[in-house]
Design a protein around this ligand. Structure first.
Ligand SMILES: [Zn+2]
Length: 398
């Protein structure tokens, strides 16, 4: 795929490449309408396809002349299919700003979680702990996800509030997963040695049973961003791997993220410990983590997922699947419309049910498979079948 080859320190960390031009983003970032942090995360990288998916218009090279510092010999080009579809979708929903109902939902979720957490300071019980975990997950899906994609304003900080780190989430999800879906540069596609998620992964005897233990594994998911992100931010590498290193340009936000993690430990570990209620606090992480992991895993690990397409647009569609309809979209922040989300991450999720038929007819006309499961159980059945398939020992001639 043409997207992966530009990653890495081929250009200085204070620069970004867009098509055949290189710009000094350290000078431009304070003028970036979406705020300096988001654009800083792309320092040292090619941002051609990121700009196209987030802005849906040609890059304004003329207006950016004062920041121009060089050129690249082997440029990444905007995807023509995506450009064609963007015109149709923009005609239907404009810039795709969140509806009033979506904003009210976001405020309601955050206020409810804060009030419930405060009430836990007086008394914590199993029900409150589990509901708090569910509220954290719903904030993750409905508030932080839209906000850190630039589809909604003000809510990006909630990622660090519910556990984990805003910076690390943008790195893992926006910079890596969305632009490199299903490839070696997508952290979400790496399961080794616990899971074998594609035919190129090494096989271990226990993966024979991966379709049985996946749901148990997902219960532990909450612990990964909770405990891992603090050390990842310290090391400045997602999953502590050099290939997932963050941009040097984002370091001004490092201390803030570390402080939010320490505050989270104080709120959800130290205080419950002194209350003698640590096990109930662990229930919060288990419920929230399981809910998030369950729905994340459905979208890219179904049997029909195809990670071998030869263009960005086709890869985004063929590697993702949809499930259910507008009700599940309202509950899960539109992530059940994963195809639309990957093509239009900056359109607020309240518009996904509206744009889905437009996307489906365009994608189908282009001959790309558009997978939409009618129910969660049908999606889950496909996921189990895929895990069972990759869990079998590879044949000698594979
Ligand atoms: Zn996303």
């Amino acid at each position: 795929m043409c997207v992966a080859k530009k990653i890495g320190p081929a250009i200085g960390s204070e620069m970004v490449a867009v098509e055949d031009k290189v710009y000094d983003v350290s000078k431009f970032r304070s003028a970036h309408p979406g705020g300096p942090m988001f654009v800083s995360m792309f320092g040292g990288r090619d941002a051609t396809l990121a700009f196209q998916t987030y802005h849906g218009r040609p890059f304004p090279h003329d207006k950016m002349k004062e920041y121009l510092v060089g050129s690249v010999d082997d440029p990444v080009a905007p995807d023509p299919d995506l450009a064609e579809l963007q015109v149709k979708v923009r005609a239907a929903v404009g810039a795709g700003r969140p509806s009033l109902a979506q904003k009210i939902k976001a405020v309601t979720l955050v206020v409810s979680a804060v009030l419930l957490e405060l009430s836990c300071l007086w008394s914590r019980n199993w029900l409150k702990s589990c509901v708090l975990g569910l509220l954290f997950a719903l904030i993750g899906l409905n508030v932080q996800h839209d906000s850190n994609h630039g589809a909604m304003r003000y809510g990006g900080w909630t990622q660090s509030w519910i556990g984990g780190s805003q910076l690390m989430w943008i790195q893992e999800h926006v910079v890596l997963h969305h632009l490199h879906t299903g490839t070696a540069m997508d952290p979400d596609a790496q399961g080794v040695p616990v899971l074998r998620l594609n035919a190129d992964d090494p096989w271990f005897p226990w993966v024979r049973f991966q379709h049985w233990y996946i749901l148990i594994l997902e219960m532990g998911y909450g612990a990964i961003p909770l405990f891992g992100s603090f050390f990842e931010v310290l090391a400045w590498q997602h999953k502590l791997q050099k290939k997932y290193q963050l941009s040097e340009l984002a370091k001004p936000w490092r201390l803030q993220n570390l402080a939010m993690s320490l505050l989270f430990y104080a709120r959800l570990i130290v205080i419950p410990y002194f209350q003698g209620e640590l096990r109930k606090a662990i229930a919060t992480f288990a419920v929230g983590g399981f809910y998030l992991a369950f729905f994340f895993f459905l979208s890219h690990n179904f049997t029909e997922a195809d990670f071998t397409q030869n263009t960005f647009f086709k890869q985004q569609v063929a590697a993702s699947s949809n499930v259910g309809g507008s009700w599940l979209s309202w509950i899960n922040g539109g992530l059940n419309y994963q195809i639309e989300h990957h093509l239009f991450p900056r359109i607020a999720h309240s518009h996904y049910p509206t744009i889905a038929p437009i996307v489906k007819s365009f994608v189908t006309a282009k001959g790309v498979p558009y997978v939409h499961f009618p129910t969660v159980s049908a999606n889950l059945k496909s996921v189990f079948a895929g895990l069972e398939k990759f869990g079998l020992p590879p044949k000698k001639d594979d």
